[in-house]
Design a protein around this ligand. Structure first.
Ligand SMILES: *Cc1c(COP(=O)(O)O)cnc(C)c1O
Length: 420
């Protein structure tokens, strides 16, 4: 049995506790949805106001040079690169995850067609985030490839070994179950099969240590508004391994990815390296907010960095799983997140035969914010930057009460909103 007092002493000993001060956390909320939309950093409003009032309002177009707006996609990309094991100059922040996926998947297909013309399959998981599957399906159809989906992570190796997979496209942490892939092992299997490995880091960047270069990834994309706290609709990021850097194809050949955008050359010439993955004019206000968000994660560097964040994240999710078992054990919650650390991201999900949506709504009404993913999953994200062990204890206490009292049966918790 863990007591609330024990949780408070864990918080008192937490070497990362000071990072919480960097966030605007609304009073009375326990926010377990940082895996969907990260919390507002305290630095963001002033920085965005400065960009609006001073850089835009006063200096206007000069700010492209004087405030280095033109370099912002690279500058923010370099900061994100530090969190995911990539080198400076290998990453840019731009567009959305969906759009970046389109670019790199298209590039991977082009490279595969040149190097291994017989391989015509894109392999992914049926449970992958739908936008990833939609983009892959559309590209496959357009380019004469086939999208092949396996039902379980365990089947990936077997399917790769059949030898006709051009690109393996996976999300490192499953958005629904929170299951974590072993990037090194899976990328190694892909390499052995002559397959390019494309990773979506939407639920891993800023949540756990990632080492793209060491672990054999070929391409990666990821999300700015989840664990990177970049704000709603923040730009995403895109990375390509330097071994493909001068080969890769950019299907969205916009002027910002041109070698010399201000030469206004009628012929397209891609910029060297990753810069060609810019397309149109960058969303400056959003990039400025994203930089503040990324800085909150980088602030952990002197305190042990991603390894320390990972240790705390696992301690938080361990505690949550144990407390739910202990206090809500009789209510038919099935933990669908692996208990093994090597297989777990930074979230915990429960499935229940009945009432998952309403239970989440009842919790939200009490200020405990998780989310629901159809058809029956309650999802709780744990951002180690700002969550405390006592928050975990209190959240489980609310869950216990919602279940014990049957409060979730109240009809007002069953009305479905547009965004769940
Ligand atoms: C959140 C998420 C996205 C989001 O894509 P957008 O284009 O930014 O809306 C994509 N893929 C995965 C795996 C995600 O979790």
């Amino acid at each position: 049995m863990t007591t609330r007092e024990e949780c408070l002493s864990l918080d008192a000993e937490d070497p990362l506790a000071s990072l919480r001060d960097r966030f605007e956390l609304p009073a009375g909320k326990i926010y377990l949805d940082g895996n969907s939309l990260g919390v507002l950093p305290k630095a963001t409003p002033a920085r965005v106001a400065e960009v609006v009032r001073l850089e835009w309002g006063e200096h206007l177009i000069e700010s492209w040079n004087t405030a280095s707006w033109i370099e912002l996609p690279q500058r923010v990309g370099d900061k994100i690169a530090r969190l995911v094991g990539a080198a400076p100059g290998e990453m840019v922040a731009a567009d959305s995850t969906s759009v970046n996926l389109f670019k790199v998947l298209s590039a991977a297909m082009t490279i595969a067609r040149e190097d291994a013309p017989g391989k015509r399959c894109i392999l992914s998981e049926r449970g992958n985030f739908p936008t990833d599957l939609y983009i892959a399906e559309a590209l496959a159809r357009e380019r004469g490839f086939e999208l092949v989906l396996v039902g379980a992570a365990e089947d990936i190796g077997h399917r790769l070994a059949q030898g006709n997979v051009a690109v393996l496209m996976l999300t490192q942490v499953d958005f629904k179950s929170g299951r974590l892939h072993d990037m090194a092992a899976v990328s190694r299997a892909a390499r052995a099969a002559g397959t390019l490995a494309l990773w979506d880091l939407a639920h891993s960047a800023g949540a756990l240590p990632v080492n793209l270069d060491r672990d054999g990834a070929d391409f990666a994309v990821g999300c700015g508004y989840k664990y990177l706290n970049g704000g709603p609709g923040a730009p995403a990021f895109v990375w390509v391994h330097p071994r493909h850097a001068e080969r890769f194809w950019q299907p969205l050949a916009g002027w910002m990815g041109h070698a010399a955008p201000f030469a206004f050359d009628p012929a397209y010439r891609p910029a060297p390296g990753i810069a060609r993955y810019l397309c149109g004019t960058p969303a400056l206000l959003s990039l400025a907010a994203l930089e503040c968000g990324v800085d909150t994660v980088l602030a952990a560097e002197p305190l042990g960095g991603m390894a320390a964040l990972r240790a705390k994240s696992l301690a938080l999710t361990d505690l949550f799983i144990a407390l739910v078992q202990e206090r809500c054990g009789s209510h038919g919650l099935e933990c669908i997140t692996p208990s093994e650390h090597a297989l777990r991201g930074s979230q915990v999900s429960f499935a229940r035969a009945e009432g998952s949506y309403a239970i989440v709504q009842a919790l939200i009404a009490r200020g405990v914010v998780g989310d629901f993913r159809a058809p029956d999953v309650m999802r709780f994200g744990f951002t180690p930057l700002y969550l405390r062990f006592a928050d975990v204890w209190d959240a489980v206490e609310h869950l216990r009460d919602v279940l014990d009292s049957g409060q979730w049966r109240d009809p007002r918790f069953h009305r479905q909103a547009a965004v769940t």
